[in-house]
Design a protein around this ligand. Structure first.
Ligand code: ZN
Length: 440
């Protein structure tokens, strides 16, 4: 069978089954769950795959599941990913009691991944392909509920707060050669964006420890931890002109505990900080300066400070040759060229960035939605564009990669040198994961 015919069959299989794909996206939307708690979502995802007659492995990292589709001959393994978790946005009209809602569109990703899998299975395309396609439903992309995840860490149930970090560590990407996933995005009437890059980040929990005393009678006997934090924030501002423009550094923080009672000198003040940058060197440089700024705040008032650094996500690296395959399939599916944005500069962070350091990866943005991500305004407006278009484009991209003895995938892989090996990646996470005590 020639590749055009094969692709037509894959698209037809997805179109013939579009109702079940759309229904599944809606079902997941109705049961939003936070990271490492996506039990119902995993069950729905797993059932869809089992109904296709596939073997499913569950509980990859507390939640999550995967299935492997074998081609006719050995060859590269292409992963299609979808994220299971929701975000907190209690003011969204569809938020459930916990405040959770799919205001980041991860249910679209899962529907797209399931749709692509269905298309490849029901069309019988795998018989014409060399290699494998692995569909992986990944847990916990949103970097939230840090205390809950810290507890899981202490209980030994996870090592990392991010799902893809954890899956890489646990070996689920060991036999994967290339990965693809999309993200929903409102692009002002455009249908897609291909080839985005993004910032990575390091997270920090900061604990200033001062000395309590009566704020009216004896402030001279206290050590004011809130003053230490205030100075630290101003010190961080004084670093901003030192950040290289090309590193696109973003430093943001909140005070999660500002004191206990107003008539006592505060002795326990806590902050959460994100340090984001376009490059790992930029992340480390900014992180070092932020730590210095925090310690200087403590030193000025004689407080102690404990800085807990937590590995966040890595910047997204783009792979133009791989992006081009996806874009060509969007064009083939009828998306006009002027509705496809080329490249995109995102200063937020995604854990697919970690995967992109180890293997060729694509992370296009797809429309069919309105409103900013993570806000009450976000929602789907065109389900065919939001779920079915990426399902088809990812399935067709897998066909391109694995057709003709996987010559296209082999071509990309032969020229590929990973930014990091798995070992280098895990060593980097370990090097960032530390606690520093400073006596000011
Ligand atoms: Zn997201």
């Amino acid at each position: 069978m020639n590749i055009d015919e094969l692709k037509r069959n894959v698209v037809k299989a997805i179109d013939d089954n579009k109702d079940i794909i759309i229904k599944t996206a809606r079902k997941i939307y109705s049961t939003p769950e936070y990271g490492y708690k996506e039990f119902k979502t995993t069950e729905t995802t797993s059932k869809f795959l089992k109904d296709l007659g596939l073997d499913v492995k569950e509980n990859l990292a507390i939640t999550g599941c995967e299935t492997v589709l074998d081609g006719a001959k050995p060859g590269p393994n292409i992963a299609i990913l979808g994220e299971l978790d929701a975000i907190s946005c209690a003011s969204h009209k569809d938020a459930v009691e916990t405040g959770a809602v799919h205001a980041c569109g991860h249910n679209h990703q899962v529907a797209g991944m399931l749709g692509a899998t269905l298309g490849l299975v029901k069309s019988g395309a795998l018989k014409q392909l060399a290699g494998k396609v692995t569909a992986i439903a990944t847990p916990s992309e949103e970097y939230i509920e840090l205390d809950y995840r810290d507890k899981l860490r202490k209980e030994g149930k996870i090592t990392y707060l991010g799902g893809k970090q954890e899956l890489i560590k646990k070996g689920y990407f060991d036999d994967v050669d290339m990965a693809m996933m999309f993200h929903s995005q409102d692009m002002d009437g455009k249908d897609a964006l291909v080839g985005p890059v993004s910032n990575g980040f390091i997270g920090k929990k900061v604990h200033f420890i001062g000395k309590q005393s009566h704020a009216g009678n004896a402030p001279e006997k206290g050590i004011n931890a809130l003053n230490a934090a205030t100075l630290a924030m101003n010190n961080i501002h004084a670093q901003r002109e030192t950040f290289k423009d090309s590193d696109r550094v973003r430093v943001h923080y909140i005070i999660t505990k500002g004191g206990t009672v107003v008539n006592s000198v505060p002795d326990n003040v806590q902050m959460e900080v994100y340090v984001r940058a376009r490059t790992i060197a930029g992340m480390l440089d900014a992180s070092k300066k932020v730590d210095r700024a925090i310690k200087a705040g403590a030193m000025a008032v004689g407080a102690k400070v404990e800085i807990t650094n937590i590995p966040g996500y890595l910047p997204i690296l783009d792979y133009p040759e791989f992006d081009k395959l996806f874009k060509n399939n969007l064009l083939l599916l009828g998306t006009p060229d002027d509705k496809i944005i080329k490249g995109g500069d995102f200063t937020g962070s995604f854990d697919i960035g970690d995967v992109s350091h180890i293997m060729p990866t694509i992370h296009p943005m797809i429309g069919g939605v309105k409103g900013e991500l993570h806000t009450k305004d976000f929602g789907v407006v065109d389900e065919e564009t939001a779920y079915l278009l990426p399902a088809k484009a990812m399935a067709l991209t897998a066909v391109d990669l694995l057709y003709n003895d996987a010559s296209v995938a082999e071509g990309i892989l032969n020229n590929f040198k990973p930014a990091m090996t798995k070992k280098e990646y895990l060593d980097f996470l370990t090097s960032v994961d530390n606690v520093e005590d400073f006596e000011g």
